[in-house]
Design a binder for this molecule. Structure first.
Ligand code: ACO
Length: 371
């Protein structure tokens, strides 16, 4: 019996604090006009001091699980794709596993920079399709504001914080994740990196003095690479699935730069209207950008049950890839989780045991959320 991996729930976690281009004008030598014309970005979200990559990931995961109608105790696998992990180790996914109370889940991080969510979704889908597991939560989560140099105008204007999560569930019903392509070109490893803090350049007073603990990027080669591979990977995954571009209802691309998306659209001879774009509001949230954009597309009715969607991305590594899915939604009809509910889940997650009991009006002892 063929098994399929369906996307049955989704959620996001976006910090409340908005940093506009005008705010950045006060911090570095830049202008709203330059940022908008070169990137399309107008504002981005910045995590509050008590938010971390794991906490945003957990908030998005809880919202996605609630939407899918799945309890954390029913999750077999958690993959967190991130470029700004909680620590080098342990994996951010393990911290998420503990926060949400996914007692039987295996958990690991996946590092493929901004392409990470696509690779993670494909890995989880393959595990479901082989019958190895039944239910997975795949999360893209970032607090890039903690690893960018706020004095470097080449990078600090681009990035934002946030998280997005999908629940994947197995079924014999055809649909869900249909095909994926994954690529890397490590010869471009040095054009986008966080040089220090690993085994090659361990952290020292010297690395900090030279700012090697921040994101370093040579923007032009990354731009050239991105404009080539976005259209290429999209065509490749569509052909691999035996479909044509006309079958695709919507493209959800990595949200790095509006100009990159325009070049991709031209290369595919597709109108920009087929591309989901929300980078103006959130900037480049790396691994989180595709799920955040997909969730917005679903909530605005641009991505409906039965639609074929291509998610396509590129990033540090260099990496690139695309995934083609037939959008499913919860197995039983369920409305998206309301923002108030997501805020309540976040409050519950961060509250101490006593406060959590008070918010929930629960008797003593029921500490784990939804477990
Ligand atoms: N404000 C004003 N001027 C700026 C700024 C700024 N924020 N940043 C750079 N400039 C200046 C440069 O110093 C340069 O000045 P010069 O000509 O006097 O030297 C001039 O603007 C043009 O710089 P370019 O780098 O040529 O600008 P470009 O049009 O290439 O845009 C950008 C730069 C937006 C970074 C673009 O190259 C880009 O989007 N690259 C891809 C980056 C990307 O997507 N990275 C994320 C990958 S995903 C991941 O894995 C995290």
């Amino acid at each position: 019996m063929t098994r399929y991996a369906h996307i049955t729930g989704w959620g996001t976690a976006l910090p409340e604090h908005v940093l506009t281009n005008h705010d950045l004008e006060q911090m570095v030598d830049t202008s709203d006009e330059w940022i908008v014309s070169r990137t399309g970005i107008r504002e981005r979200r910045i995590a509050s001091p008590d938010q971390t990559t794991a906490s945003l990931a957990a908030d998005a995961a809880l919202a996605a699980l609630e939407h899918a109608g799945v309890k954390p105790s029913g999750v077999d696998l958690i993959i967190v794709a991130t470029s700004s992990p909680e620590h080098t180790f342990p994996a951010t996914a393990c911290i998420v596993q503990d926060i949400i109370g996914a007692s039987k889940a295996g958990a690991f991080d996946l590092s493929a920079a901004c392409t990470g969510f696509i690779f993670a979704l494909n890995m989880a889908a393959q595990a479901i399709r082989t019958g190895s597991i039944d239910t997975a939560v795949v999360i893209g989560a970032e607090t890039l504001s903690r690893i960018v140099n706020w004095q470097d105008r080449n990078t600090c204007i681009l990035f934002g914080d946030g998280a997005g999560a999908f629940v994947l569930q197995g079924s014999e019903e055809p649909g869900g994740v249909l095909e994926a392509v994954m690529h890397a070109d490590g010869s471009g490893a040095d054009v986008l990196s966080l040089p220090a803090g690993g085994s090659k350049i361990p952290t020292s007073a010297d690395t900090v003095a030279h700012g090697l603990h921040y994101v370093h990027m040579d923007g032009r080669p990354v731009f050239r690479f991105a404009t080539r591979v976005m259209a290429e990977a999209t065509r490749e995954v569509v052909e691999k699935a035996g479909l044509t571009l006309d079958d695709i209802a919507i493209i959800v691309p990595h949200q790095a730069n509006y100009r990159i998306l325009e070049v991709a659209a031209r290369g595919l001879k597709m109108p920009m209207a087929k591309f989901m774009v929300n980078l103006d509001k959130y900037g480049n949230t790396s691994t989180a950008s595709i799920p955040i954009a997909a969730v917005e597309a679903a909530e605005k009715g641009r991505l409906r049950k039965g639609d074929k969607v291509v998610m396509v991305g590129f990033g540090g590594g260099l990496t690139y890839g695309a995934l083609l899915a037939e959008w499913t939604g919860p197995f039983e009809d369920k409305p998206p989780v309301k923002p108030e509910r997501i805020r309540l889940l976040a409050r519950l997650r961060s509250a101490g045991k006593r406060a959590r009991r008070k918010i929930l009006n629960l008797p003593v002892g029921d500490e784990k959320l939804g477990g």
